[in-house]
Design a protein around this ligand. Sequence first.
Ligand SMILES: Cc1cc2nc3c(=O)[nH]c(=O)nc-3n(C[C@H](O)[C@H](O)[C@H](O)COP(=O)(O)OP(=O)(O)OC[C@H]3O[C@@H](n4cnc5c(N)ncnc54)[C@H](O)[C@@H]3O)c2cc1C
Length: 474
Amino acid sequence: MGGGDPDAIVVGSGPNGLAAAVTLALGGVLVLVLEARDEIGGGTRTAELTLPGFRHDVCSAVHPMGVLSPFFRELPLAEHGLRWIRPEASVAHPMPDGPAVILTRSLERTQAELGRDGAAWRRLVLPFLEAPHALLSDILAPLRVPAHPLAMLRFGLRAAFSANRLARLLFREERARALFAGCAGHSILPLSQPLTAALGLIFAVTAHVEDWPVAAGGSQAITRSLAGYLASLGGAIETGCRVERLADLPSARVVLFDTSPDQLARIAGEALPSGYRRRLARYRYGPGAFKLDWALDGPIPWRDPRCREASTVHVGGTLEEIAASERDMYRGRHPERPFLIVCQQSELDASRAPSGRHTGYAYCHVPHASTLDRTDAIEAQVERFAPGFRDGILARHAMGPAWLERHNANYVGGAITGGVADAFQLFTRPVARLDPYATPNPRLFLCSASTPPGGGVHGMCGFHAAEAALGDCF
Ligand SMILES: Cc1cc2nc3c(=O)[nH]c(=O)nc-3n(C[C@H](O)[C@H](O)[C@H](O)COP(=O)(O)OP(=O)(O)OC[C@H]3O[C@@H](n4cnc5c(N)ncnc54)[C@H](O)[C@@H]3O)c2cc1C
């Protein structure tokens, strides 16, 4: 920092922390980012978790929101090493009977996959494909008067449904219902809850705008490119620096926290009124995740080999099965057949595994702070749609909620997207306030995925929080 104190400090170097730092630096503010771990990146780290030469995405893997982020799209991240690799298909959804459903950017091809429901799928997504970037900039923002009210109204009329209900209303056959359920399953909510259709719809639409990509070399490339750009703007990052108390920080006009709400309360202590801290303590983190990474001696032997075309495979069968799995999980149980999100980075990026070998990545949602080992259940689910899969496993690495929380203090109880995003908490993250990023202390802001618009690698929480700080303090 050239010896001087920074104007702004960002605690945490996840995609939101770095997005906040870049926004501040672009506003002419001298920024210092402090990161607890020895490596930057938060949920975008990449590591050899299994065997030498197998490079696994520790957390985030596939990035529809990264490539479409209204903020990232404006930044010269390619000049700082970010290269997106696009698959042939965004999603493959293996079905218990018959071929998998393949979701590609082409509406025509997807329509053909869905047979009698093809036209209904087209009617669902087409209105949003006219100006998708405008719609996304409204969706990936805090609650406010939308810039494109008609598109948002049209979106809201469908998004307000539960995924279960919307899929049953629109589609007559299992294939389209299952495809929609798989997209909505990312909500980590029972699919009978209102608003779960929103995520189903967002992911369905994004797949027709961009092929869901992976980052060349691993997800770490996303935050490394942000860090490179930040450095070019004069910002600095210190790693291995866990912030425990506000008093330990160099003096700065503002501090932005890329942390969980409970850490904000703990670190800020008396600098925040006790009533606000109590409200932060009531924040709901929700279910966790159990993740497996595999070193594989070849590609996953899907019964329908077209599944290899997709960066993401939704494994869970029919809408009914997926809904039952997510409902049971949300009620604190461990379903025998969990809904899985499987990613196939090495199919797209040869740098992830030694020649001829592959990495495998899958996780399921589990109850908050669950300690049950889900390895067998996950592998049995993959095996169900890819017979012989287990024979190809050279090594595996497992991580449950406790591992995730040790890896990153933001994953409270293993929650991977910054907290429950149901109808009550989606717009009131971390507490109900006109400006969700600001706190009662005018110097302190929250900028993590526990603020709107929530989880995912898009940097929009950080961008909006930094805009709030720039408006209030500079
Ligand atoms: C298993 C898993 C799979 C996922 N898959 C995807 C996916 O495919 N696509 C997608 O878009 N998203 C995915 N996500 C979600 C995504 O990773 C997160 O939503 C995103 O990383 C949130 O970014 P963030 O900047 O808010 O916080 P984080 O990425 O969590 O970063 C927070 C940073 O702050 C640091 N920190 C915390 N406390 C302190 C402290 N006291 N002092 C200093 N530093 C601190 C942490 O070490 C960390 O580096 C996944 C997450 C997980 C766990």
